[in-house]
Design a protein around this ligand. Sequence first.
Ligand SMILES: [Zn+2]
Length: 314
Amino acid sequence: MRAANPVILDVPEEAGSAAFLVCWAGHGNAELLGYTARVAGGPSFLAASPATAQATTVAAANHTPVACTLAERAEIITSLAGRPGFDAGTARRAGIPVVVAATQGVLGAAPGIAEFAVDLVQAAGLGQLALVTEIVLDDGTGPHGLDGLATQRALVRVSGQEIIAERLRTEALAVRGPEVVLPTDHGLVLATGYRDTHSGAEHLVLRGPATERSARPVLHVHRECPTGDVFSSLSCSCRSELDTALADVAGSGSGIVVYLRGKPDRPLHHGPHLDDRQAHLVAFMIQDLSLHRVHLHHGDPRQRDALRGRGIGC
Ligand SMILES: [Zn+2]
């Protein structure tokens, strides 16, 4: 996204999907406002990061739309985009609603168009305020119509999934805590704690003392299972898998066991594969520990992609 170029943003919605024309609010001149209204056809709003908008004044201002000319509106929107803590009463004068994005943006729970739009302009280095216009295609052509629109107007298309993937691939997803030497039945391991920046859960990375010297240490990923791990329940194989992994790492002195934990109100799911966030979280911690190459114990394709996305050979 360049400053003056609107982008077509496809986002998943609860009922299907929707498309929006998104541009940087700081470039909100009258010509651009007219263009987006003409091309998109739907209603516009400003999506603001929580750091810039004051939610209480936003709520109050949104109830009192005021009409003004396109040029006046553009001037007000542009001035809002240049202000670190803008007054939503000013947005009211522009007659344009303001939607404040949630703190964690697209990485939070159930992100909507405001989160996607703000993260998009932030990723492009264009500030904290996006001008968003819903694309309404009245020809009934659906996604094909969007392709046509993109080609005809030379507009870039971005999907919500791409924005999420980019953040997962590049951001610090956990904060490293203390490292301790942990004696186990099988030998010594180094244990490093990580606090999840999203859930606050405390994960653990256990590795054999000689892991850094190994060319390609084995990586085991284990998801916490209280009934199996702690009470040795026989209704699943979690405990025996964890024991085998720890015996391998502590016994050989090399290898990694990542122990992903949930929270009491947010237990981990136990599907056959990691979800996107878990895969990227594991990759982040491996990268943070300066491990450049690993051998995946299970050939989880999503985990492989996440590791390679951070430059880790596997
Ligand atoms: Zn289990």
